[in-house]
Every structure is written in C-alpha cells, then in structure tokens.
Design a binder for this molecule. Structure first.
Ligand SMILES: [Mg+2]
Length: 393
C-alpha cells in the first residue's frame, strides 16, 4: 500500500515564539537559553544561524560568533501553549499523528485524502492554518515514507514545502549525502566513506553482501533498504505521556538546602499544575540533581496513592533530598534540579483510600482552585500565593 506521510516541523520554534511575542526581536539574531554566560543555545532565530550558530552550541561560543545576539530566557509555558494549538490543528487532518517533540510530528494522511484532498493539499492547508492560528511558520515534507518526509520538510526550510511523489522517491533520495539516512552517525559515515560511498544512490548501487560484510547484518541491511526507498516504519500515534517533569539550570550554583527546597516546591507546583491540566495523577516522584562537577543523581520514590497535589509532590521531593547520603550532600553545589512525576494514571481512575485521603483530597482541591485563579490572573500571582501558604504548613 502506498502511503502519504507528512512531516511537519515549526521553523526555529522557541525563537519564533519569542519574535512573535516581542516584535522588537524580529529580524534580529535571537538566542534562547538560560544565560549569555552558561549553558547551551536551546534555539536560535534564522538571523543568528547566518553566524553559524545552531542549537545545542555552547552559549559562550555563540556569543563569540555573534556578540550582538540577544539572549532571551526560555518560557516553556508559552511554547507548550503554541504546541498545543499546533497539535490540535494536526489532529484535524488525521488521527494518525506521531509527535516527535513540541514542534514536530509525522502524520499519516492516507485515509484522509479522499475527504480532505491529496497530501500536497493537506500540507498547504496545515501551513496556512498554523500561520493563521499561531503566527508561526511550519515547513512540511510530503512523501510515501517517513525517511523522505522528514528530509523533505527540512530541505527547503524556512517556510518549506517539498513534495516527494512515490515515483520520484529514488530521484529525491539518491543525490543526498549518506548522513541523511536514518541511523548514520559519524562512525558509519566514515566506514561508508572508506568504501567510496558518500551519497545514498551509491549505497543503493553497492552490493548488499559487501555492505553487510563491512557494517554487520543489521546496519548493512537497514541502510541498503533505506537507500532503495524502503522504510517500513509506520506513523505511530501518540501514547499517553509517561512522565511530567520540570527542571532548571541555575545561573549560580545553589549550595543552600533551604533555597533548594523552595525551588523544588515551585517545580512540584508546576508539575502538579500540568498533571491537573491533563487530568492525571502520579504515583511516583523522581528528584534529579546535577552537581557543579556535572555528576547527576536521581532518586525515586513511590507514593501510597496517586496524586496531583503540588504540596505533596514537593514535600516528597524534599524528603528524597534529605535522604541523600551525607557524602552527596556535604558541600554540595547544585547546578540543576528537577522534579518529575511518573507512573501516571487518569485522575478519574478508581483509587485506593488511604488514611490520609482527606488531606490529599484537600490538597488537590486547593490545586484546582489555584488553577482557576491562575487562569484568571496569571501564573505569577498563583505561585506567590502558594509560597505564602506554605509558611504556615
Ligand atoms: Mg522545528
């Protein structure tokens, strides 16, 4: 069966949201990240890319390449909102949506074509709606296989639309470098180069047994099939989220347990808010700490019953912190911490009643009220209120 697969990807997503929300940033090199001194570039505008800057580059290196770049702190809540609208649009064109990240997804629209028009028509409609409803720009690739759809969305960025019809699949793939093949990293690229293979077409024409002899059966056969345009991966609609977490890197390392506790409570509140938003509860809490020497520890515990109460999640995370071995606490300087809620279940699932059920229900009701306050007056007022509450806790 010939499929029609779309890969839709928002252009320079975080940076584009910042430029949309702050018109003074438009047309300027914008770096999204924590600070101009530390960390890595989470995203950058196309204006910054002309200086050779790309995401995941150390911030210091990016600033060296473009000293007048504007660094803005990331605002995950805004990106999550835009992402939600983006995915709602995608779901209007097919139930087969496989999200790869906040701003990127595969769609199988094979079954939608009779009703909504062919792949290119749907691709154009999605681009138009994304622009109208989010003021962001999507690049789309249309192809009979995932591999080609993903390459196609990238190849004409920004604002790209590349159609790869089934009969044009090999003509599209074969001139491309082997690094475009799914699974080809630096090691495989080097191995292929020593065999004189630098394009996908050259791999396709190479005898499969020789590829297998050199790269092993799994990799050899995998690459040979892809190079022939055979990619059997289906679009896999989203599964439920397996965890909800919040983590942040600090501008200056934290060495005060009390201060860290406040941050953990705040993170737990954000996690709880997202759980309630998704009508979920969590049964397990994970604390993540990264020290100034980049050592990372995670500690996990299971709750007596599932909850979406930020206070309980936060106290649990602080409890995990307190139970760290002395050598992990003494003189600790924390660079990053995070709270993750996992073992999720629907909020309306039946649950076992514990002796502290009343307290837990009260915590969750408080959370619901606070969510309503936040919806009305904004998240900042909400967090301050929670911290005031905690003082008499
Ligand atoms: Mg993107």
């Amino acid at each position: 069966m010939v499929r029609t697969i779309l890969h839709v990807d928002l252009d320079a997503f975080y940076a584009a949201v910042e430029q949309r929300d702050h018109p003074e940033l438009r047309g300027k090199p914008v770096l999204v990240g924590g600070s101009a001194k530390r960390g890595v570039v989470a995203a950058c505008s196309y204006e910054a890319r002309t200086f050779g800057i790309h995401s995941a580059m150390p911030m210091a290196e990016a600033m060296r390449r473009c000293p007048h770049a504007i660094v803005v702190k990331h605002r995950m809540e805004r990106y999550a909102e835009a992402s939600e609208t983006f995915f709602k649009i995608l779901h209007d064109y097919s139930p087969e949506v496989e999200g790869l990240s906040l701003d990127e997804a595969f769609l199988d629209v094979t079954a939608s074509e009779r009703l909504l028009g062919d792949g290119p028509t749907i691709a154009r409609a999605i681009k138009q709606r994304v622009r109208a409803e989010t003021e962001l720009v999507a690049s789309v690739g249309v192809a009979p296989i995932k591999l080609a759809a993903k390459i196609a969305s990238d190849i004409d960025k920004p604002d790209g639309l590349r159609i790869v019809p089934p009969e044009g699949l090999l003509a599209f793939l074969h001139p491309l470098p082997v690094t475009r093949l799914w699974g080809v990293g630096e090691t495989t690229r080097t191995a292929l180069a020593t065999m004189g293979l630098s394009t996908i077409g050259q791999v396709a024409r190479y005898p499969v047994p020789a590829l297998v002899a050199r790269l092993g059966a799994v990799t050899g056969e995998h690459l040979a099939a892809l190079a022939r345009g055979e990619d059997s991966r289906l679009v896999e609609p989203e599964r439920d989220p397996v965890s909800v977490g919040h983590r942040e890197t600090f501008e200056t390392d934290l060495d005060d347990t009390g201060e860290l506790g406040v941050v953990l409570l705040d993170q737990a509140d954000r996690v709880a808010h997202r759980l309630r938003d998704a009508r979920l509860r969590a049964r397990a809490v994970i604390l993540t700490l990264r020290y100034d020497d980049f050592r990372e520890v995670t500690r996990r515990t299971t709750l007596e019953s599932a909850t979406s109460d930020g206070g309980l999640l936060g106290r649990t995370a602080i409890g995990l912190l307190a139970r760290l071995p002395v050598e992990d606490r003494r003189g600790m300087r924390i660079r990053l911490c995070g709270v993750t809620a996992t073992q999720l279940e629907p909020r309306d699932a039946p649950r076992q009643l514990g002796f502290d059920e009343a307290a837990r229900a009260k915590g969750e009701r408080l959370g619901d009220t606070l969510d309503k306050v936040a919806a009305k007056f904004g998240q900042t007022s909400l967090r301050r209120a929670i911290h005031l509450d905690r003082k008499d806790d």
